[in-house]
Write a protein that binds this ligand. Structure first.
Ligand code: 572
Ligand code: ZN
Length: 351
């Protein structure tokens, strides 16, 4: 192990990522030092790079990027009981206060004091060595790879979204958006027993991947399509109506369709985030008792995501389209942000 080298990817501002050395941090009580293995690039990382902000979260000073990660335990802080040096782990990137009502009730994703990797001003994990709370590290079985460990993060979002939608045996599920979150949601919905899954997107190549991953039908939407026609196409694909919809695009048109297409009494879960305010057919939802539910990250979903991968019920490996070494971080982000690269998940290998 080269403990003198802590190459780190620092976002200085718009389109300005620099690789530089940073100090290796000492683990505090209850923390571990991790030798990082893999970090996946998330849409939010790309957004901070391209726009310097997401809503009110602004990159005002240099921030280390990355939050989908895995590593090896290199050093234990005091009082760490769940891990030992050499353990391979998936890292859950958000650590809540553990004390507030939300934390105590198990909905720690809603904790106001949450410290979340690579959400300004908190630094992320794209470095050779990174310190993290030991109880937010999940030991990987030998047969689960570091790449799968990093993909546990977006998979946990999919698990949380499917739980929010109450997906179960025989569910008929519409997923709008076949990006990484739409695709992990598809994998989880299938594993949770959905009998029919229809997915929509604008991009043909993404829909092809969705079909390879088990979507029963894929519908390519066109920007100029009329809303009623889109809903009709979706209902024709189901030969009926979906009882659950998971909206994973963030586009206003898709949020509207998600509500309109869902069967009366069903659930529309909104995961995708776009504009802060959107116009939705609210009365249509309320007179048909379509529940609209939000998703904010995940809580207590890593163990389930790990179980899905370890049991083989879910295979996330096909999501990885690009692999880069840490020294190639700028190229990795170029691939992740390029509309023509065909990138779904870009993975950076830290060692
Ligand atoms: O993997 C977690 C994750 N969460 C995202 C986006 C990407 N990856 N969220 C969308 C943006 N929000 S936020 O509240 N924010 C910038 C903190 O608007 C967090 C959840
Ligand atoms: Zn993310």
């Amino acid at each position: 192990m080269d403990t003198g080298n802590n190459l780190t990817a620092v976002l200085y501002g718009i389109n300005d990522i620099r690789l530089e050395q940073t100090p290796i941090e000492e683990p505090n009580d209850g923390e571990v030092l991790l030798q990082m293995a893999c970090v996946g690039i998330c849409g939010s990382d790309v957004h901070y790079l391209v726009n310097g902000r997401i809503g009110d979260f602004i990159v005002e000073k240099p921030m280390i990027i990355g939050h989908e990660s895995s590593g090896i335990v290199a050093k234990l802080g005091k009082n760490v009981k769940n891990l030992k040096v050499g353990d391979r782990v998936a890292i859950e990137p958000g650590v809540p206060c553990r004390l507030c009502q939300f934390c105590k009730e198990g909905r720690y994703n809603l904790c106001r004091e949450m410290i979340f990797c690579a959400t300004p001003p908190i630094h992320g994990s794209l470095r050779r060595f990174y310190r993290h709370a030991a109880d937010f590290c999940f030991k990987l079985p030998d047969h689960v790879s570091f790449e799968e460990g990093a993909l546990m993060e977006p998979l946990a979002v999919g698990v949380h979204a499917c739980k929010r939608a109450n997906i179960g045996i025989g569910s008929k599920v519409l997923i709008t958006g076949a990006g990484p979150i739409g695709l992990v949601t598809l994998l989880v919905a299938k594993a949770m027993g959905a009998s029919m899954i229809v997915i929509t997107d604008l991009i043909e190549q993404r829909l092809k991947v969705a079909e390879e991953l088990g979507a029963n039908k894929a519908i390519q939407l066109q920007r100029e399509m009329k809303e009623e026609d889109t809903v009709k196409l979706i209902h024709a694909a189901f030969d009926g109506e979906p009882d659950k919809t998971i909206e994973a695009s963030g586009a206003e048109s898709c949020i509207r369709v998600a509500i309109l297409a869902t069967k009366a009494g069903g659930i529309a879960v909104l995961v995708g985030m776009g504009a802060p305010e959107v116009k939705i057919p609210l009365i249509n939802a309320l007179i048909r008792e379509v529940d609209i539910r939000g998703v904010f990250r995940y809580a207590n979903d890593y163990p389930d995501a790990l179980a899905l991968i370890a049991s083989g019920k879910v295979n996330v490996k096909p999501l990885i389209t690009h692999n880069f070494k840490m020294e190639q971080t700028v190229d990795a982000f170029d691939a992740a942000k390029s509309p023509t690269s065909g990138a779904i998940k870009v993975m950076i290998h830290c060692q």
